[in-house]
Design a protein around this ligand. Structure first.
Ligand code: ADP
Length: 545
């Protein structure tokens, strides 16, 4: 088994008992099926060769086996799918947990596509968890049992079955080598196709507005044709190898029949012996097919594995190093901070101290690093060097990386310029922290002048699509205010607002009892601050206070 697939087995750790149960069910079910085939063949041989009707026990045994097989098939489906769904549910949660610590990465990549591919890959892995482990073990046990019985009847026949099993193993190996590169190619091309379609649909207004339909169509046609061509090659190879497997089973059955006819086996037993050989080898052929299918899952397994291994965006807080935040008002400090995106150095030796309760404005030209300061203050990322921390009234600095995530999120709220609202009502979106009441929400909507347009129970639509830019900006700010943080950091809260509405925001911010850091281009918005820090163009540097 390859690395990608063996990594999947690790997720089965908590399911040992369930796996043992399904192995027993599937194995007994397979052996029952074999007996169900051999028994009538035995009765047929007796009837045709000896002219004898089946003995009385035959019907009872046959009925018993049919009932047993029906119950086992049902139980097996139930157990296998139950097991698979439990593992998949854990895998989805593990992916979500990983994204929660790994994002937002400082590249601000669009992870929507990666996440939806990983979720689709996870669904594909259902096959692995539901139809692999128990089925392969059952086929192996069935093969061994069948070989033992065949060997008792005739050693050459057992040798034929062993040779057939060997040939089937060769087809699996062939499948792996022939389709490995092809499987990755199909996955990559299919994923490129879906990325192109999602991209075009996401920008449908631009596509229509700038008459880009033909270009998008042509691109999708080319990418689609490439994906279809690679899938076609993969499918042809898979079918040829499946045909090869069928040929192995047929040749083996023919060889057993020939041996039975020339050997010293009683004529009445010949049908039963041939069927015995078939039920010994056929499940092995099915197992070979399953193994072949598994190779198709390698890229899915690889992608899920890679997503689960995404590095965390910020250094995890170790519990022995955890610090408690001091009581009372909190300030914010960036000390000697340096920060670089891929190649752009934005901050170098940067210092900023905001005293507890102080309201500070940050101004500067576009690209000066203002939004980066906001992100660092909210510990969306760690600085490359230096310290970002919360400042107690006694001027003691508690680094953000030493506070539990829970405590940090309660203490500080960050409102990014491109922050998200979610589908659900205004109340669902804004009262999530539990720090404020519905009455506070209604008062806030009134104060910011949005109450006429949206009420607490209005649905916002996916990502808040039903709101104008200015309404969304005010709701994002209100969400942070209603969380009652001790430090509020806001990026361009008035950029989307007319002067009159901006004044409502100024009034709200001025009345806040907490520490406020507000980034803005608007002098009016900065005017409400106790002082304004002005960044110059290029890499922001400041000398220590
Ligand atoms: P401001 O908010 O002052 O306009 P930002 O903090 O957004 O500035 O950006 C500072 C600089 O960092 C800009 O030159 C910008 O191009 C660059 N930058 C911002 N975000 C990223 C990113 N995710 N990846 C690479 N460079 C970035």
């Amino acid at each position: 088994m390859t690395g990608e697939l063996s990594a999947l087995v690790t997720h089965l750790g908590r399911e040992r008992r369930a796996i043992a149960g399904t192995i027993v069910l599937v194995t007994v079910s397979l052996v029952t099926l074999g007996a169900l085939a051999v028994l009538p063949a035995y009765a047929l041989g007796r009837a045709v060769v000896l002219g004898q009707a089946p003995p009385g026990w035959f019907w009872a045994a046959l009925t018993g086996l049919v009932l047993l097989r029906a119950v086992l098939t049902w139980g097996e489906m139930d157990a296998s799918h139950g097991l698979a769904y439990r593992v998949l549910a854990r895998l989805r949660m593990a992916l979500f947990d990983r994204y929660a610590v790994a994002l937002p990465s400082r590249e601000r990549e669009n992870v929507g596509h990666a996440a939806s591919t990983a979720m689709a890959d996870t669904e594909r892995l259902e096959f692995f968890y539901a139809h692999t482990v128990a089925q392969l073990v059952a086929a192996a046990v069935n093969l061994l049992l069948g070989l033992c019985v065949l060997a008792l009847v005739s050693l050459p026949m057992a040798a034929v079955a062993v040779a057939a099993a060997g040939a089937l193993a060769v087809t699996v190996r062939l499948h792996a080598t022939r389709t490995q590169a092809l499987g990755h190619e199909v996955a990559d091309r299919t994923s490129a196709l879906s990325a192109r379609v999602v991209d075009a649909l996401g920008g449908l207004r631009e596509v229509l507005g700038y008459r880009l339909q033909e270009r998008v169509r042509a691109e999708i046609r080319v990418v689609g044709a490439r994906a279809a061509e690679a899938s076609g090659r993969l499918e042809t190879t898979a079918r040829m190898l499946a045909a090869l497997r069928e040929a192995v089973v047929t040749v083996a059955a023919g060889a057993v029949l020939a041996l039975a006819l020339v050997g010293d086996i009683r004529a009445a037993l010949v049908p039963a012996v041939v069927v015995l050989a078939l039920v010994t080898i056929a499940p092995a052929a099915e197992a070979a097919e399953t193994l072949a299918q598994l190779h198709r899952l390698r890229s899915s397994a690889g992608r899920v594995g890679a997503e689960l291994a995404r590095p965390p965006a910020t250094r995890p807080v170790e519990s022995p190093d955890l610090l408690r935040l001091p009581e009372g008002p909190l300030g914010l400090a960036l000390q000697d901070v340096s920060f670089t995106y891929a190649t752009t150095r934005v901050l170098e030796g940067f210092h900023l101290t905001v005293q507890p309760g102080e309201h500070v404005g940050i101004a500067g030209p576009s690209g000066a690093g203002k939004s980066t300061i906001v992100a660092l203050a909210g510990r969306l990322w760690d600085p490359d060097a230096g310290l970002v921390g919360l400042l107690g009234a006694d001027q003691a600095l508690v680094p953000l990386g030493s506070v539990s995530d829970d405590e940090l999120r309660r203490a500080i709220a960050v409102v990014e310029q491109d922050g998200r609202l979610f589908s659900g009502t205004v109340a669902d979106n804004l009262l999530g922290s539990g720090a404020s009441t519905r009455a506070d929400l209604v008062a806030g909507l009134e104060q910011l002048g949005v109450a006429e347009a949206v009420g607490a129970d209005d649905e916002l639509g996916e990502a808040g699509v039903r709101l104008s830019g200015g309404q969304a900006a005010r709701l994002r700010l209100l969400r942070a205010v209603l969380a009652r943080p001790r430090v509020l950091v806001v990026d361009e809260p008035t950029a989307d607002l007319d002067a009159e509405t901006a004044d409502r925001v100024h009034a709200l911010l001025a009345a806040l009892p907490c520490t406020v850091v507000v980034v803005s281009h608007r002098e009016q918005t900065l005017a409400g601050a106790d002082r304004v820090v002005r960044l110059g163009p290029g890499t922001a540097r400041t000398t220590p206070p």
